[in-house]
Design a protein around this ligand. Structure first.
Ligand SMILES: Nc1ncnc2c1ncn2[C@@H]1O[C@H](COP(=O)(O)OP(=O)(O)OP(=O)(O)O)[C@@H](O)[C@H]1O
Ligand SMILES: [Mg+2]
Length: 468
């Protein structure tokens, strides 16, 4: 991880030297020429550490440290004092600075101090994260996700383990309805019994009834021997009725009766068979719509919707993307007997920009294909061809395009915007995302740079890794 540092120093040359030292050591330094500008930056950007020169024009280093700590009490700071000004250093430490350095700054000493501070913070955070992990699960059975909705679902699955209540799982395609159904079964007291799945959309309507209820020999032409139905096969276990919305209306009432009475009769038979099963149903359709258009029976809906579970789409829980990607890299690497590759931050960002209509299944497919195309241990970027078309990209070749039907002023403003955007992208790239150096180069203040970054929807971290 690259730490973001802010150097607060009115001397541009000494700041530039520090920037060079820090960049060479792998940090991402930024720079502000005054305490006031640093405070403005602090409100916008989450810095990891501040290097503060005590003597600044306007607000001095100590006053800045005090105000900065008010904004973010956890911020880390190293103070740079003039040689021998030990009392100032002590005051700074009392205010919560982590350490101090005397001028002239010796590079090795600076890097040593930073190393120590970040190592301490890493350990502290690890302890906090480990504690949080004890309370929070990132996976449950094969389900991965730390989003609060996923946490609720894990808890719900657990609380369902001692009951036989019917469950209705809804959610878009590829959100994990199948996985949840299995997790419920394999977590319940029925786990030693069978889990039988039936996809109501995949079986022709005419065969659904015999699939569900089974038949006796000679029940219809072609019924040469007796066959047990899915309900019977699910005895002492769970019957998962996938795509329940596609079940024909007439069959729905027969199913309802069966669920209530827990007895079936095979087609062509004359004997009632008592059964013990749990029903879990799933659909990616909007059942309320099916209800109003009379394609789904309200009474059956109430019978199966005892416990509703709605799975969030992937775009609603994009924060789970890194966990899911990691999960698939691990799973697929194991299946292919190769080392688990890593994914670059840029590749992760490009995944996050997508809206994933096919949800987790689509993501898994993209990762799998990316792994095939990139046999190395680092997937630097996801090939464009793999990503569905709604990824936002900037197309530089069309930056001079304009619509001649528009009024002059609109065309001029649009063109200026495009040029300005290119200009700031160029400077940010040159200065590896540093707002302070960009401002210095453009001879404007840092606040304007920040405003432009926002205005043009740029992302500073995109420029950090690109070197000249
Ligand atoms: N939370 C998750 N964690 C890990 N893998 C997941 C998760 N959700 C879905 N998947 C994976 O995505 C793929 C699709 O999941 P699943 O078949 O359960 O989706 P579905 O909701 O039943 O989709 P459909 O409506 O198309 O049947 C599977 O390979 C599954 O392993
Ligand atoms: Mg499914």
């Amino acid at each position: 991880m690259q730490y973001r540092l802010l150097i607060v120093d009115d001397d541009v040359n000494s700041a530039k030297t520090l920037v060079m030292i820090l960049e060479a050591a792998g940090y991402a330094p930024d720079y502000a020429p005054s305490a006031e500008e640093a405070l403005a930056l602090l409100k916008e950007i989450d810095y990891d550490l501040f290097l503060i020169d005590m003597i600044l024009p306007g607000m001095d280093g100590l006053a800045f440290l005090r105000s900065a700590k008010e904004i973010n009490p956890d911020l880390l700071a190293v103070i740079i004092t003039a040689y021998g000004s030990i009392t100032t250093a002590v005051s700074a430490l009392k205010l919560g600075a982590s350490d101090f350095l005397e001028k002239p700054v010796i590079p090795e000493k600076l890097l040593h101090i930073l190393n120590r501070i970040f190592e301490e913070r890493r350990l502290r955070r690890e302890v906090v994260a480990l504690r949080a992990d004890l309370l929070k699960r990132y996976r449950f059975e094969n389900l991965v996700g730390k989003h609060p909705r996923m946490q609720e679902i894990y808890n719900l699955i657990e609380s369902l383990s001692s009951t036989d209540s019917s469950v209705l799982i809804t959610g878009e395609t590829g959100t994990g309805k199948d996985l949840v159904a299995r997790a419920i079964h394999f977590h319940s007291h029925r786990k030693t019994g069978p889990f039988v799945a039936m996809n109501c959309a995949a079986i022709p309507e005419t065969l659904l009834e015999s699939e569900l209820f089974g038949y006796e020999r000679g029940a219809f032409t072609g019924a040469q021997r007796r066959k047990s139905g899915k309900l019977e096969l699910a005895n002492n276990g769970t019957l998962f009725l996938d795509e329940i919305a596609d079940m024909p209306y007439a069959l729905q009432s027969k199913l309802l009766r069966t669920i209530q009475e827990k007895k079936i009769e095979r087609l062509g038979g004359n004997r009632l068979i008592s059964l013990d099963f749990r029903i879990i149903a799933a659909t990616n359709k909007d059942l309320s719509q099916e209800l109003t258009s009379n394609r789904f029976r309200l009474d059956l809906y109430y019978r199966i919707n005892v416990v509703p579970i709605h799975l969030p789409s992937l775009r609603e829980r994009l924060e789970d993307m890194p966990l899911l990607v990691d999960h698939f890299l691990e799973k697929l690497a194991a299946a292919k007997n190769r080392n688990k590759p890593a994914l670059s931050q840029g590749a992760m960002l490009s995944l996050m920009k997508h809206s994933w209509p096919g949800n987790v299944r689509e993501l898994e497919n993209v990762i799998e294909r990316a792994m095939v195309l990139c046999p190395d241990n680092l997937i630097e970027e996801i090939p464009f061809s793999l990503l569905p078309s709604d990824i936002k990209t900037s197309n530089t070749s069309e930056w001079l395009d304009f619509d001649p039907n528009l009024p002059y002023k609109t065309v001029r403003d649009q063109a200026l915007d495009k040029i300005e955007r290119q200009y700031f992208m160029h400077l940010l790239k040159k200065n590896r995302g540093s707002v302070g150096l960009t401002a210095n180069h453009a001879q404007i203040d840092t606040r304007t740079v920040l405003r432009k970054i926002k205005q043009f929807g740029l992302n500073r971290s995109d420029f950090k890794k690109i070197s000249e």
